[in-house]
Structure formats: C-alpha cells, structure tokens
Design a protein around this ligand. Structure first.
Ligand SMILES: Nc1ncnc2c1ncn2[C@@H]1O[C@H](COP(=O)(O)OP(=O)(O)OP(=O)(O)O)[C@@H](O)[C@H]1O
Length: 327
C-alpha cells in the first residue's frame, strides 16, 4: 500500500511551477447574508424604510426588533424579493433578490400569515411543497413532523397555533435554504409553543448552518437564541451588531441627579431616565476613568434594556456602515 507521502508526491510531480504559498496570508471572503446600502421603500409616497445601510454576516441568528410599524416586515419582503426598493440597494447572499430560481431556492420566508391551506392535510401540504421546490428534502420534513408528533393525516385547519407554526417552519426548512426569514413566528403562541418553535429553529441552525433572521416583539425568547441584533425605528437602522459585543460595549449607570449633567458631557449617553433624585443612564463606550465619583453604580446591560434604551432614543444609533455601494 502506498503511503500518503507517495500519493502526495505523485500529485505534485504532475504540476509544474507551483507558487510557494508558505508565507502568503490567505483571506477568504464570505459575502454577507444581507447587505443594504441607503435602502429605502415608500408606500404611496410615505417612507416605510429610509437610508438603511447595514451588513449582516452569514451563519448568524438575527433578532430583528423595533416598534410596530418600524419597517421589519418591509425589510424582510425586500430581502426575499417580494418588494422592490424605492431607493438604494439590497443584496442577499451576494445577489439582488428577485423571482429567479437561485433566490427562491436559497431563501425561505415565513410571513406572518403562514402560507398553509386550511382544507389540506399536512401530507398534501408536503406534496405541494415538493412540487414547487427542486431542492425539497421530503425525508427530513417527515422526520421533523414525526419528532413533533404531528400526523401527516391531520388537517391544517384543525392544528393548534403551535402546530400550525411548526408545519409552516417544516415546509420552509424542507427547501434546504441558506437563509431563513421568519416574520413574527412567535406571535399568538403560548410560552411552551414559543420555546418549542425556537428549539426547532436552533436545531435547524446547528444541523444546516443556515442564517436566520427572526422578527419578533418577544425579547426573552430572542435573548437565548440570537447572536446578532438589528433594531429598526421609524424606518431607520438604529443598531446592527454582534450581541455579545453590544452588551460589552454598553453599561447602565445609576446615580444622584445632580451628577448627571457633568457626566453627560464626558460620556456617550444613549438614553436616560430621571426621577426627582436619581438618574439611570444607558451609556456607550464608557471608560472607568470617566466615572470617578463613587456614587455612580455601574451595571452590565441586558438585551431587553439595551433595545428599550435605543427605542426610546430614536436619534441614537450604533452600527458599522458598509464601506461601499454595490448595485
Ligand atoms: N402595503 C402597504 N401599503 C401602505 N403602507 C404600508 C404597507 N405595508 C406597510 N405599510 C406601512 O409601512 C410602515 C412599516 O410597516 P411594516 O409592516 O414594515 O412594519 P413592522 O415593523 O413589520 O410592523 P409590526 O411590528 O406592526 O408588524 C408602517 O407605517 C405601515 O403602515
């Protein structure tokens, strides 16, 4: 039997003039899952999104949050090509989204109104999915449903809210997408069903290394599963970044009201709540040398507190702008 060295030598000897790569630094660039540049969308002249520039890396589980009407659904619909931008650009997995086969097979979108027919059985929905999607993984879909104790013979219209969402999620995952967009998948679900849906999403992420963008108002469920945060407010991006970095970069300070104005001029304050005597501030990039007075109490910030702080202060933002526009 030939040793691996012999096989390696034989291969190399057939190639002439191989470049010496020993001292080269190789940089492998993976395109972002979603990249927007000055993206805007108007409905009958009214802006739902404007001047959105951000970049979300692949392989992340993204929490897309913001007040009602802040543009979350609009952003997801632009990402899947259901809407066209009014201004700017959006690229998804390196391509402009559209009704082409590559977008359709790489991206799965679960809208708020789940696309299931109430009169169909679960099996009939699977058959329809299989017909419409060339990369359909029927075996995985059946295995998933069996694991959830959802029978193929059950009628969609008779499913509970949680089962309904799970079937819709199964159909979305059976496409084997690289990017899964979920628009409020947890709405109207009880805590147990929410937990099960999130567990299913996490299993899919672990098994298939896909990117997930999940819009939701249910912060506690996002905290445990998401590692990237996007906050939209009034149609603008306020926050886009790695959750661990964001939490490390922000702090909550509490102290006597009379110290507030002095500190305000030395530190980046995102939001503050004042009472008669006390002030509580959400601050960014706070250096310990700026907070010398021992009457300040410093605490780490939680995800929900961070999001609420930014939502209360629409003029504040923290994210890296993509470097260049691309068409
Ligand atoms: N088809 C439409 N025609 C006109 N206006 C629209 C349409 N769709 C959305 N809008 C408006 O665009 C803005 C953003 O709506 P969008 O649904 O994207 O927000 P959202 O953040 O998803 O809200 P929610 O959290 O309530 O689901 C809102 O002011 C909404 O009224």
């Amino acid at each position: 039997m030939k040793s691996p060295t012999t096989i390696g030598t034989a291969r190399l000897s057939s190639v002439t003039a191989l470049p010496d790569l020993r001292n080269c630094e190789l940089e492998i660039t993976v395109c972002p899952a979603i990249e927007t540049f000055q993206l805007g969308r108007r409905y009958r002249g009214r802006a739902a999104l404007h001047d959105c520039s951000m970049s979300i890396p692949q392989g992340r589980v993204v929490a897309l949050v913001g007040p009602n009407g802040s543009g979350k659904t609009t952003l997801l619909q632009l990402a899947v090509g259901l809407l066209a931008p009014s201004t700017g650009t959006i690229r998804v997995l390196g391509r402009t989204p559209g009704p082409d086969l590559t977008t359709l097979s790489n991206v799965a979108f679960l809208p708020q109104e789940k696309p299931l027919y109430a009169g169909f059985t679960v099996k009939e929905m699977l058959k329809l999915g299989q017909r419409l999607n060339p990369s359909w993984d029927d075996e995985a879909a059946r295995r998933r449903l069996a694991g959830l104790n959802i029978a193929l013979s059950w009628r969609i219209g008779k499913l509970s809210g949680g089962q309904h969402t799970q079937v819709a999620l199964t159909l979305a995952l059976a496409k084997r997408p690289k990017l899964l967009l979920l628009d409020e998948p947890l709405a109207d679900l009880d805590p147990l069903a929410r937990h099960e849906v999130m567990a299913s999403v996490m299993t899919a992420v672990a098994e298939d290394q896909l990117t997930v963008v999940l819009s939701s108002h249910v912060m506690p469920d996002l905290k445990e599963t998401c590692d990237w945060l996007v906050v939209l407010n009034n149609g603008r991006v306020q926050v886009s970044g790695d959750i661990t970095d964001l939490l490390e970069d922000h702090q909550v300070l509490t102290g006597p009201l009379e110290l507030a104005d002095h500190l305000n001029s030395r530190i980046e304050v995102v939001d503050e709540i004042r009472t008669d005597r006390q002030v509580t501030m959400l601050v960014r990039h706070a250096q310990p040398r700026c907070i010398l007075d021992p009457r300040w109490e410093t605490r780490p910030v939680g995800l929900e507190q961070l999001v609420l702080g930014y939502m209360r202060a629409p003029g504040q933002s923290t994210f890296q702008h993509p470097v260049a526009a691309r068409s």
